[in-house]
Design a protein around this ligand. Sequence first.
Ligand SMILES: [Zn+2]
Length: 459
Amino acid sequence: MSLGIRFLGAARAVTGSRHLLDVGGRRVLLDCGMVQGPRQLANRLNEQLPLEPRELDAVVLSHAHIDHSGSLPRLVKLGFRGPIYCTPATADLAAVLLEDSARIQAQDAAHLARRGHQFQPTYDPDDVRQTCRQLQPRAYHARFDVVPGVRAELLDAGHILGSAQVVLDLEDAGRRVRLAFTGDHGRRGLPILRDPERLPPVDYLITESTYGDRVHPSYDRTFEALASVIDEEIRDGGRILLPAFSLGRTQNVLYALCRLISAGRIPPLRIWIDSPLSSRVTGVVERHPDLFDAETRAMLRAGRSPFQFEGVRYVEDVEESRSLNQVRDGIIISASGMLESGRVLHHLKTSIGRPEDCVLTVGYMAEGTLGRKLLSGYEHVRIFGERHALRCKVRNLDGLSAHADSRELLEALRHLAAEVRHVFVVHGEEDPALRFADRLEDAGFRAVTVPVYKQWVEL
Ligand SMILES: [Zn+2]
């Protein structure tokens, strides 16, 4: 009989989260994320999934972010018809995000075709609809059978709305082991969300390591730093372009701005959310107040919303988005978060040559992305194929991350050291992953592995 796991993505990388469990011949996939990064490489990896979809029995999805969910419709297109378990909020959010992903791929294909390049979207809206029919929402703490021999429980990961840590009881030929997967692990005190729950004792642990070599400033310090940046930029007279992921970061930034304005720390200012996806996602988030932390619930009870307050405007149509070219002050929050696509690029094109404007990055910028290039101080960058001199300011705020830093993650996991037989460190670029593995060993974890792509490990 067999009991093991194969790491099919996010192995010494941060995107394409996919881990395949084999329990007595039954196959369960943890996450089915899209690989993001340089287009050609990413396309190839997203097209040819490294597993046989028809031999897969079920999927457990940790959360809705595309690097965890974005290849589910590809899996379905290639013949997977089994259940996809996730929390109800994740199901709602995934429906919105996957539909958007299909739309972006169709747009890219049309755009590239005009330039004589071939690009076949990895799935279309029909595949997304079929995927949504296979979603099986399960509440936090409700234990359920994934397949015979695999029982699961989802715990709040405190990373984005609906995010889960997955605890699995595996049984094969009379042998029982317990495995936990952190998914993306959040932070204590993150706006809007509840704190991550503590994992129970387990035999095996798969942990993320996005910031395995970094320590974030505290949230209070970050709020203060955000206020200073905004104050300075208001004095400078330019506008602030803030690229943000539609899910998570956009809502956190709004929450921060709402708090700073109501505390009188920054003056009221105009804020545009220019991303149809961000508007829709925020709508979904607002429909799940039961998942909010006490502070946000109290705010709502007092009749204030961190998503709708004076000065905030959700831009819907393209005309209004274009009209933002005239805007010379205030904040434009737009997607995509790493400046790889979306309306944010049009706004960047307008701002990049203006020394008074500021691009304020508040999230992780993967290698190879335009966001990373701006942060790395490139003198020229390409936007829609055109070369532009970088004249605007580029500033970075670290502390808004929804991922635990190395210290927070270690604190969240340390109590497991005595029981865990083997830890697998995933979802981090090579250096952070290796550094975090060292820290786990220092904290008393016995066997720690940073798996490579397609590595198989017997449990
Ligand atoms: Zn995530």
